[in-house]
Design a protein around this ligand. Structure first.
Ligand code: DAT
Ligand code: MG
Length: 150
C-alpha cells in the first residue's frame, strides 16, 4: 500500500486546523499509520527541505517550519501520494482548487498549512527521515474492503 508523509505545519497547528486536516484525510478513506506532535529541529528541517537549498524562499521556509510545533503523520492507501496532494491543493493557495485545504484555509505560499510527499519514492524517504520503523503501525480496518478495491 502506498504511503505518504503529511505535516500540518506551524500555521496549521497555531490555527487549530490539525483536526480539520485529519478529518479530511480520514473522510477520504486514507488510513493513518503514524502520528507525532513535535517541535522540529534545524537539522531535520534542513534535511527535509534540502532540495530547496539555495532558493530565495529557503531561509524563510526553514525558520517557518521550526518556529512552532508541527503534527507529523504517515497516511496510506491506493495512490496515497496523489490523493493527499489533491486534498491539500496547489502549493500557492491562490492557485489551489476550491474545496482543497490550501484554498479553503490559506492565502500565502509561505503559510500554506501542510506538507505532503510528492512521489511514492520521496514518500518512503521522508517517512524514513521523520519516523522510526517501530512508530509505524500496521493495522486493518473493518471498512477497508469498502474503501480499497483490493
Ligand atoms: P509543496 O509544499 O506543495 O510540495 P514545494 O515542495 O515546491 O511545494 O515547496 C515547499 C514549500 O516551500 C512550499 O510548501 C512553500 C515554500 N515555497 C515553494 N515555492 C515558494 C515560492 N515561490 N515562494 C515562497 N515559498 C515557496
Ligand atoms: Mg514539496
Amino acid at each position: 500500500m502506498e504511503r505518504t508523509l503529511v505535516l500540518v505545519k506551524p500555521d496549521g497547528v497555531q490555527r487549530a486546523l490539525v483536526g480539520e486536516v485529519i478529518a479530511r484525510l480520514e473522510r477520504r478513506g486514507l488510513r493513518l499509520v503514524a502520528a507525532k506532535f513535535m517541535q522540529v529541529g534545524k537539522e531535520l528541517a534542513e534535511t527535509h527541505y534540502a532540495v530547496h537549498k539555495g532558493k530565495p524562499f529557503y531561509d524563510g521556509l526553514i525558520s517557518y517550519i521550526i518556529s512552532a510545533p508541527v503534527m507529523a503523520m504517515v497516511w496510506e492507501g491506493p495512490n496515497a501520494v496523489a490523493a493527499v496532494r489533491q486534498t491539500m491543493g496547489s502549493t500557492k493557495p491562490t492557485e489551489a482548487a476550491p474545496g482543497t485545504l490550501r484554498h479553503d484555509f490559506a492565502l500565502e505560499v509561505g503559510r500554506n498549512l501542510t506538507h505532503a510527499s510528492d512521489s511514492p519514492e520521496n514518500g518512503e524517504n521522508e517517512i524514513r527521515l521523520w519516523f522510526k520503523k517501530e512508530e509505524l503501525v500496521e493495522w486493518k480496518r473493518e471498512v477497508d474492503k469498502w474503501v480499497f478495491e483490493k
